[in-house]
Design a protein around this ligand. Structure first.
Ligand code: UDP
Ligand code: MG
Length: 318
């Protein structure tokens, strides 16, 4: 069986279109499909649309969150409840082309060595130039400083074997950065490429600010380089301080002591103060993450679902 996980946040318009698009691919897939729609605290009628589908088709399941927990939480919930041998995660807005599904399944069926087929956008048409630039920079930076090698343009849209899904489920951290987790667990992954598409309806729920925060999360979840920045800057300023001390002592011995340099002194004090605050901020960011992890809160809370009720709420599991 193939499980398709669909995180939905305010997707009332796209859900029926999405379902139709997948059903049109069904004839090319020689596996039965199980749908899991996760309603991530939508303010619109998304849950109604999902339940309507559920009434018509017995293979459509829903998980209704008690509030908006974010796409990461929705994907995790879907992975936990998925029962297929193959599991796919897809956006509801049809930005992930359903036509790729048969090819992905075929690749996995034909090659037992392969554990996962991912997808990658080769362009970012329809996206603003600044947004593409920032995204590219982020991928390059992540590649350099973290131990999770991200693939440029890789989407969450991927088809995985059961074994890989189980591996991801072992990572129960609260701060989830799935793009990193998918590569961190390893396994053989091949990527299909496609040209970017725009969403069929509705609007993206990601603002610039959120994307920026998301990238900071990504960096701090997978790299401790920012923490070392404090050490590097400390070493550099010590060296500079020692050098200038020598210069000042020599200058005083040779030229006497003309009282000079208040502006430069003030700048130096400000600069060092700034660097110290920056470093405290960086450390604070990591401490904050530790704080959230140690609280051991559930990643999501389910209000209603037609799936396995025994673990209806993640709280009971913990
Ligand atoms: N999504 C979600 N919870 C959120 C935000 C988004 O489940 O808090 C879902 C959304 O419904 C969609 C997918 O995640 O299926 C991708 O979101 P979106 O299309 O807004 O992001 P973009 O494609 O612009 O990166
Ligand atoms: Mg989208």
């Amino acid at each position: 069986m193939l499980t398709i996980i669909v995180p939905c946040y305010n997707e009332e318009e796209t859900i029926p279109l999405f379902f139709k698009a997948i059903e049109s691919q069904k004839k090319y897939l020689n596996e039965p499909i199980e749908y899991i729609f996760i309603n991530d605290g939508s303010q619109d009628e998304s849950i109604k649309k999902i339940k309507e589908l559920g009434l018509q088709f017995t293979n459509v399941h829903f998980i209704d969150f008690s509030r908006n927990f974010g796409k990461e939480a929705a994907m995790f919930a879907g992975l936990q409840k998925a029962s297929g041998d193959f599991v796919t995660i897809m956006d509801a807005d049809l930005q992930d082309p359903p036509e790729l599904l048969p090819e992905m399944l075929m690749m996995l069926n034909n090659n037992p060595e392969l554990d996962c087929v991912g997808t990658r956008r080769i362009d970012r048409n329809g996206e603003s130039a600044t947004r593409s630039f920032l995204a590219k920079t982020f991928y390059k930076l992540m590649d350099k400083i973290s131990d999770a090698q991200l693939v440029d343009g890789a989407r969450d849209f991927r088809m995985m074997r059961r074994q890989m899904v189980d591996a991801i489920l072992m990572l129960t951290e609260y701060n989830r950065f799935s793009k990193g987790l998918f590569t961190w667990v390893g396994f053989n992954t091949e990527y299909l490429t496609y040209n970017n598409r725009e969403r069929v309806a509705g609007e993206t729920s990601w603002s610039f600010k959120q994307l920026f925060r998301y990238s900071i999360e990504g960096i701090t979840d997978f790299s401790d380089l920012p923490l070392s920045i404090a050490t590097y800057m400390g070493v550099i300023s010590c060296v500079i301080a020692v050098l200038s001390l020598v210069v000042i002592v020599l200058r005083t011995l040779i030229f006497g002591d003309p009282t000079q340099g208040w502006p430069s002194l003030a700048s130096i004090v400000l600069l060092l103060g700034g660097i110290q605050l920056l470093c405290i901020g960086i450390i604070g960011k990591y401490v904050g993450k530790i704080y959230l992890e140690t609280k051991n809160r559930p990643i999501y809370i389910i209000k209603d679902t037609d799936l396995d009720v025994s673990n209806k709420s993640d709280i009971e599991e913990k």
